[in-house]
Design a protein around this ligand. Sequence first.
Ligand SMILES: Cc1cc2nc3c(=O)[nH]c(=O)nc-3n(C[C@H](O)[C@H](O)[C@H](O)COP(=O)(O)O)c2cc1C
Length: 181
Amino acid sequence: MNKIKVNFEKMYYGFPVFLVSYYDKEGNPNVTTISSSYSLRDMVALGFSSKGYAINQIKEVSDFVINIADSKLLDEIEFCGKNTGSECKKFEHLNLTHVPSTTINAPIIKECPISIECTLTDVIESQNYSGITNILALIKGRLVDESYLDEKGNLKVSAFDNILYIRDGVNRGFRYMKKEQ
Ligand SMILES: Cc1cc2nc3c(=O)[nH]c(=O)nc-3n(C[C@H](O)[C@H](O)[C@H](O)COP(=O)(O)O)c2cc1C
């Protein structure tokens, strides 16, 4: 390989896109689009722009759900990634069904094949990365559509249809983990 040194503003090298749903301080359901995350055991780490409505509500209410989107939900992903909850109750503009979690105080999105119920544990706002809020959260429950499970109840890897986000600050786009037939 012949690697070229580049000077991109950022490089998102294919992160799974998901919808974070929560009840705001007034109890209204709302949702935002996120792609910055990783998970180890019962911990998940998410990265937010500090000015977003969702992160500032989650810092107060603590509970939220990570809803993994599939390729059918691209319009919803873009809508929730362009609009802010400070100006609109996004569920009122979307064909998405929110149902209360029985584990935490947050709504689950029915149309997403995987929902992960979380409670905020740590907020990391470092002077080294001004404008970025990283959070750690405890995973309290995982819900997986039966089509994503094999006969033993384990994950069916071939069923995954995640949307992967790729961006360098100029170009942006999605790749799809198409279902194997
Ligand atoms: C594909 C995609 C991925 C995104 N990933 C993130 C992310 O990881 N962190 C973040 O803070 N914003 C991310 N955004 C931008 C937010 O979704 C956007 O700023 C949104 O309007 C914030 O809404 P809110 O103010 O209701 O929180 C992403 C947007 C898109 C379309």
